[in-house]
Design a protein around this ligand. Structure first.
Ligand SMILES: [Zn+2]
Length: 367
């Protein structure tokens, strides 16, 4: 229990430290995910909505009421506060919670399984998967609550098609749980789904538009074939200023084999689009067709050559590249596993619209 103002302040600082630690080990990326600490029986402190970890200060950490989700101050708490609240309500021993979109656990949560039987070191473990609910909804919180009740001994829950929730009696315990979960889920993907993949972004040919609207290529001798794609993208998408060519292992795999990607993860639907086409050889143009450049779809696949991830800023394009890589690992795992749970197209459109709207609002504030 935190009672004095000093205790609250040091807890807020600790939350920021933890977010940086998780950031460093790659379990948290950008603004995706959130962290909380219990204050007492009735309230907890949580990270705010939509602020990057490097910009966090203690006064941005918000105190939220567990029973009615009301909060103190002007900073908006994370939109997943209801998920944290229900976890504190059900698990009285829980003092610290980490919610992440970590790669392997999130991908394991797209297979349509109710639990993931796997192992960590020599220990067999079972990780519950809470059924899908749209982000920020009561349904999602209720589903996570159900999973926690059903598995009272589990300190980790996967939120289907979204991410994870890791609980601890301390910050350290919650972090260790998130790390263990990632290894255990990767074990499952490797053994059961035959999907043994590194994650990250492998950069190929990038470009951006300069002040005069001229295309500047990062690599001066970019092949004409590639320049052609960049030119087409800028022509058809006046909103795009940056292109990152992602040739990661998973993106390359999908660019060779798939012909259509439906979102398996919320962040894919939000940042990339509700449906992404991968060109094929069928129309005789050797994949050099550009009908896959579409408004509100931020990844353009090239046949057997990865994908071009686009954005208004370099940061946006990189976010797309990171989320695409994870989406391609999920896609591969589902294909090899033979089953998976895709998001409904309506949910995807809804999330995509909502994300674009709230993002442009956020951008307006910054500008
Ligand atoms: Zn989330």
């Amino acid at each position: 229990m935190l009672t004095t103002a000093e205790e609250i302040l040091s807890a807020k600082k600790r939350i920021i430290e933890v977010s940086r630690e998780l950031h460093e080990v790659g379990l948290l990326v950008r603004t995706w995910g959130n962290i909380s600490q219990r204050v007492d029986e009735n309230s907890f402190l949580i990270t705010p909505s939509g602020i990057k970890y490097e910009d966090l200060t203690p006064d941005m950490i918000v105190k939220v009421n567990i029973s009615d989700l009301s909060y103190e101050g002007d900073v908006t708490p994370s939109s997943e506060k209801a998920v944290h609240a229900i976890a504190y309500k059900i698990r009285k021993d829980c003092e610290f919670i980490v919610h992440t979109h970590q790669v392997y656990a999130s991908c394991a949560g797209t297979l349509g399984m109710k639990k993931i039987p796997t192992y960590f070191d020599d220990e067999d473990i079972v990780i519950p998967v809470a059924p899908y609910g749209l982000p920020g909804t009561d349904k999602l919180a209720a589903n996570v609550g159900m999973a926690l009740k059903k598995y009272p001994d589990s300190n980790a829950v996967i939120m289907a098609n979204h991410g994870t929730l890791c609980l601890g009696r301390s910050a350290k315990e919650a972090i260790i749980e998130a790390e263990r979960l990632e290894v255990a889920c990767n074990n499952f993907l490797v053994d059961v789904c035959k999907t043994n993949m590194n994650h990250g972004v492998e950069v190929g040919f990038n470009s951006h538009l300069d002040d005069k609207g001229q295309i500047v290529y990062d690599i001066p001798d970019t092949p004409e074939r590639v320049k052609n794609i960049h030119r087409e993208i800028y022509k058809k998408r006046p909103d795009v200023k940056y292109i990152i060519h992602n040739k990661s292992e998973a993106v390359m795999m999908v660019s060779r084999r798939a012909n259509h990607m439906r979102p398996l993860l919320d962040d894919f639907a939000q940042l990339i689009g509700a449906s992404v086409k991968v060109p094929s050889n069928e129309d005789g143009k050797d994949g050099q067709n550009f009908h896959n450049i579409k408004k509100n779809v931020n990844a353009v696949f090239a046949l057997n050559d990865g994908a071009y991830c686009v954005g208004k800023t370099e940061d946006d394009a990189m976010a797309v590249a990171i989320v695409l890589d994870k989406g391609c690992i999920a896609h591969t795992a589902v294909m090899r596993h033979g089953e998976g749970h895709y998001l409904s197209i309506w949910d995807c459109y809804k999330m995509n619209r909502h994300y674009r709207k709230s993002y442009s609002k956020l951008a307006d504030i910054k500008e």
